[in-house]
Design a protein around this ligand. Structure first.
Ligand SMILES: NC(=O)c1ccc[n+]([C@@H]2O[C@H](COP(=O)([O-])OP(=O)(O)OC[C@H]3O[C@@H](n4cnc5c(N)ncnc54)[C@H](OP(=O)(O)O)[C@@H]3O)[C@@H](O)[C@H]2O)c1
Length: 252
C-alpha cells in the first residue's frame, strides 16, 4: 500500500520504517519541523514536507502519529475523500478522525518506542479499530508486520493503555526515583539492574500477585518504619512509599 506518515516522532519513525521494510511505499513524511521529516523520509525513500497543505492524495492510507493533543487539530485540517485515515494513540477516540474521511481507524502498537532504540514489530501487540469492515481489512493488511493483532474499540483500548501506563511509565518512574535516591547517597544505579531483570522475568511465568515480595508483602513493620525514617526529609518519596506499601498490603 501507499502510506503517508504525519509525524516524525518515536512511533512514526518505527512504524514508517517497519511498513517500508515490509514493502509498503511511504509517499510523504510530514512534520512541522522539516529536518525531522527529512531524517525519516531519507530512511524510507520518501519525500519530506512541513506544510499540511502539501499533503497529496497519492497515498491509500494517512497515518497521524503526533502528540495526542494535536491529533484532532491536524485531522480537521485534512480532507481525504476515498482515503483511509488512522491515528496511533492508546486513548484518543477513533471518531476524532471522522471529519477527514469516510474511512478511519486506529493502529495502536502496545510497546514503548524511542527513536534510537530498535524494536521488532513482529513481537508487538497491535490494537485495531475502524468504522467500516473495508477499513478494518486495510488496517489488518498494515498490521501483518505484527504476529499479535487484536480488534478493540476505543473504550477497551483506553483500558489497555491505562494498564500500559501502570507497568511501563510508572515502573520506569520508580526506577528514576531510585536512581535519584541512590545518586544522593553516592551509590550507582547499575547495582539494581539484575534485580530489575529478575523482577521482569518472574512475571513471565507467574501472576504479578504470586511474584510480589518485600516488606509490605511480608508485613515487616520495623523495616517499613526504618525506610520511612530514611525518607523523612523527602516528602514526595515518603508519600509514594506509603501509598504503594498500603496498596501492596491491601492486595496481599
Ligand atoms: N511513544 C510510545 O511509546 C507510544 C506507544 C504507542 C502509541 N503512542 C502514540 O503515538 C503517538 C505519537 O507518540 P510519540 O511518542 O511518537 O510522540 P513524539 O515522539 O513525542 O512525537 C510527537 C510528534 O508530534 C509532533 N507534534 C507535537 N506537537 C505538535 C504540534 N503542535 N503540531 C504539529 N505536530 C506536533 C512532533 O513534531 P516535531 O517533530 O516537530 O516536534 C512529533 O512529530 C501518540 O498518539 C502516542 O499516544 C506512543
Amino acid at each position: 500500500m501507499k502510506v503517508c506518515i504525519i509525524g516524525s516522532g518515536n512511533v512514526a519513525t518505527h512504524l514508517a520504517k517497519a511498513l517500508w521494510e515490509a514493502g509498503h511505499i511511504i509517499t510523504q513524511v510530514y512534520s512541522r519541523t522539516l529536518s525531522n521529516a527529512q531524517l525519516l523520509a531519507d530512511e524510507t525513500d520518501s519525500t519530506a514536507i512541513d506544510r499540511l497543505d502539501d499533503i497529496n492524495l497519492f497515498a491509500d492510507v494517512y497515518i497521524i502519529s503526533v502528540k495526542d493533543e494535536v491529533i484532532f487539530s491536524i485531522a480537521e485540517k485534512l480532507s481525504l475523500p476515498g482515503k483511509m485515515i488512522v491515528h496511533t494513540s492508546g486513548t484518543v477516540p477513533v471518531e476524532v478522525l471522522g471529519h477527514s474521511s469516510e474511512q478511519y481507524g486506529v493502529f495502536y502498537p502496545l510497546q514503548t518506542f524511542s527513536k534510537n532504540q530498535s524494536v521488532s514489530f513482529v513481537d508487538i501487540p497491535v490494537f485495531l479499530e475502524s468504522n467500516t469492515e473495508d477499513a478494518m481489512n486495510i488496517l489488518k493488511s498494515l498490521a501483518s508486520i505484527s504476529d499479535q493483532v487484536y480488534e478493540a474499540d476505543s473504550e477497551e483500548r483506553k483500558k489497555v493503555h491505562l494498564a500500559a501506563v501502570l507497568v511501563n511509565n510508572f515502573s520506569n518512574h520508580l526506577y528514576h526515583l531510585a536512581d535519584d535516591f541512590l545518586r544522593k547517597n553516592n551509590i550507582p544505579f547499575h547495582i539494581l539492574k539484575p534485580l530489575i531483570e529478575e523482577t521482569t522475568r518472574k512475571v513471565m511465568d507467574r501472576t504479578p500477585a504470586e511474584a510480589q515480595t518485600g516488606p509490605a508483602r511480608r508485613g515487616d513493620e520495623s523495616t517499613i518504619n526504618a525506610h520511612l525514617e530514611l525518607l523523612k526529609n523527602d516528602p514526595e518519596l515518603y508519600e509514594i512509599y506509603k501509598v504503594l506499601t498500603k496498596s501492596i498490603r491491601n492486595h496481599s
